[in-house]
Write a protein that binds this ligand. Sequence first.
Ligand SMILES: N[C@@H](CCC(=O)N[C@@H](CS)C(=O)NCC(=O)O)C(=O)O
Length: 234
Amino acid sequence: MSDSRPDLVIYGSPVSPFVRKVAGVCITKGVDYEVEAINVFDPPAWFLEISPMKRIPVLRDRSVAEEGMAGTIADSSAICAFIEKKHPAPALYPDDPMALGTALFIEEYADTALAMAGGLGIFRPIFFAVSKGEAPGLEKARDAWANQLPPVFDVLETRLGGRDYFAGDALSIADIAVATVLMQISLVAETPLERWPGLAAHFAAMQALPAIAEPYAAAETIIRKALPAPFDLT
Ligand SMILES: N[C@@H](CCC(=O)N[C@@H](CS)C(=O)NCC(=O)O)C(=O)O
């Protein structure tokens, strides 16, 4: 009997923007994958061996190995680069050296500066509190929206420069990374971006892509059980 399971397993949860970034790359490339749930705050012992920094996502390629460290890669950026090499079309890393460097920088900026302000500043204080039955940390979230995010959005607006994509003239890992992390805010709060019209247009275009919308819908199903509607932080 043939094995109908996909080769690629993403360990984690669609609630993580980094899991959704990897899922978005798979969807864009038409590569089958499945998500195997891991609670990163209480992981099984075997997971720690494949995630030395105790983070999700970790990818397993079952065509390499079904268990243990072999066939696994930790960190969404490393995982996405692996998937690009294994499934080159459509390319999500530009050929042009400067466009490639730009894409990698924007991916890193989304995964660090944007994720710090949006994930740690807004998503966690709201969702972690609500899921424990506590009052949402709206003061901290409002401070992040008013003070931490605007300089990050300014950088993204400038780098985008009114174009459709962050790097080169096609969708790249940069666009997927920015959209998935921005949507971490949308899970718990409204995200009015009128002050950053280029970023707002880019965000709307990205939200219409199945690669962004489908993993987000999976996250939203989980989040809405504890939080029926996003908050207004303005
Ligand atoms: N740079 C890492 C970041 C991964 C990351 O921070 N994941 C979060 C979930 S969104 C996590 O595992 N957090 C666990 C913790 O904070 O203990 C990547 O891109 O994979």
